[in-house]
Design a binder for this molecule. Structure first.
Ligand code: FAD
Ligand code: UDP
Length: 373
């Protein structure tokens, strides 16, 4: 077939949800993906019988019941609850910031004692916090900022905390209870066996071209579809004509260890500046339905943040003022492309979690097809 109702550029989550709706509505789809697999950053690779989250830890969490019901209709989820631990020079602190963290940091035992400590330490910030450093200190005080936030954040983003927007740190809960759940959302889990089954369902009955860059042959692919769904970077779509948006990238290094349990938890955050990686992920602990002792070996991935350059994966948008206003210029051009629907983390240049990508794709699909779930 060389003519489709939809040409979907990008085999990630946004493209997948659009493809699913299109197929439900009897539309034909061609999916063009430049990587050698579908799934975008959710893709899992099996190593030593363990599903390895190839592009970093992916924990599904949402408060949107419609989104939760949708993903559960396509895959069976486990009851994994993310409760990472931060390692600062060998001292282990529970995350996110909660009574366990405060107790270890200051020896306090009640919420009132913890509040008092943070009140004392936040006095240097007056008025509305204008950057990540001020926001962090005003939320948790200077000790936690220095030990658990500053080094990690400056490694992750490659810039000073005073040059970063405050919203990034507001992603993390601060709780005056002994609760180590990293997320506040009502629903949380990981598909049993990893994300690939979910991805297969989303793209069922689509034609797929892997290892293919849409932009390298745009005119030909455009002629193949009545509508285009584009989920790649928006600055690349427009040939970088106003300049380049900035992204952060990551390098993942795997090690296989001859032990059934390397770090005792799926995610350890390494918060000291001197340690070059930000996280170590021990993938087997994501699957709480299988006892960890069932596999004799374990796979551990170290996550090294790097400055994005051409040819690397653009994992994170850098939503500072310069990039936001540049993005707005591209978005204005995008609005004029009548045949093209732009969506997802890269085309909308937003720090979207999976549930928000699904929500946004559902909204757009329902406008497109007029159908509801
Ligand atoms: P992507 O997954 O990036 O998909 C876009 C696809 O388009 C890619 O496959 C890309 O190769 C392809 N593409 C781009 N340009 C072209 C082109 N020119 N031609 C052909 N194909 C192209 N979210 C959570 O909810 N929980 C988490 O725990 C979580 N952890 C994360 C950890 C990391 C390290 C990262 C980077 C993200 C994490 N996320 C998490 C966010 C999650 O990955 C995203 O919300 C989701 O993957 C976005 O889907 P998408 O379809 O918008 O983008
Ligand atoms: N963060 C931190 N210390 C930690 C974990 C996170 O300072 O141990 C900060 C850091 O700035 C990070 C932000 O909180 O970019 C958001 O963390 P999250 O875990 O949501 O990052 P993501 O999973 O998106 O990489």
């Amino acid at each position: 077939m060389d003519r489709y109702d939809y040409v979907i550029v990008g085999g990630g989550l946004f493209g997948g949800v659009m493809a699913w709706y299109a197929r439900q509505n009897g539309k034909s789809c061609l999916v063009i993906e430049k990587r050698s697999h579908l799934g975008g950053n959710l893709y899992c690779e099996e190593i030593e019988g363990i599903p390895v989250h190839r592009y970093g830890a992916h924990i599904f969490h949402t408060s949107n019941k419609k989104v939760w019901d949708f993903v559960n209709s396509l895959a069976e989820f486990n009851r994994y609850t993310n409760s990472p631990v931060a390692n600062y020079h060998g001292q282990m602190y529970n995350m996110p910031f909660n009574m366990n963290t405060f107790s270890k940091m200051w020896g306090v035992s009640t919420p009132e004692e913890a509040r008092k400590k943070i009140e004392e330490q936040r006095s240097s910030v007056t008025g509305e916090p204008s950057n990540l450093e001020e926001q962090a200190i005003s939320l948790v005080g200077t000790d936690i900022y220095e030990k658990l936030i500053k080094g990690y954040t400056e490694k992750q983003w490659g810039r000073d905390c005073r040059d970063l927007p405050s919203f990034i740190i507001k992603r993390l809960p601060v709780r005056y209870t002994y609760d180590n759940n990293y997320f506040n959302d009502r629903y949380q889990g990981i598909p049993i066996g990893g994300y690939n089954g979910l991805i297969e369902k989303l793209f069922e009955d689509c034609d797929v071209l892997l290892d293919t860059d849409y932009l390298a042959d745009k005119a030909r692919f455009d002629a193949m579809g009545d509508r285009i769904v584009y989920t790649g970077t928006i600055d690349a779509y427009f040939g970088y004509r106003f300049g380049r948006l900035e992204y952060r990238s990551l390098r993942f290094e795997d090690d296989i260890y001859d032990t059934d349990n390397f770090q005792g938890v799926a995610v350890v955050n390494h918060t000291a500046r001197e340690v070059p990686y930000t996280r170590t992920i021990e993938h087997k602990h994501f699957d709480c339905t299988v006892p960890y002792s069932q596999t004799e070996k374990t796979v551990v991935t170290r996550e090294y943040p790097v400055t994005w350059e051409e040819g690397m994966e653009p994992y994170y948008p850098v939503n500072d003022e310069r990039n936001q206003s540049l993005y707005q210029e591209y978005a204005r051009l995008g609005a004029g492309e009548e045949k093209v629907l732009f969506g997802g983390r890269l085309a909308e240049y937003r720090y979207y979690d999976m549930d928000k990508v699904i929500e946004s794709a559902m909204d757009k699909a329902e406008k497109e097809f007029g159908s509801r779930l």
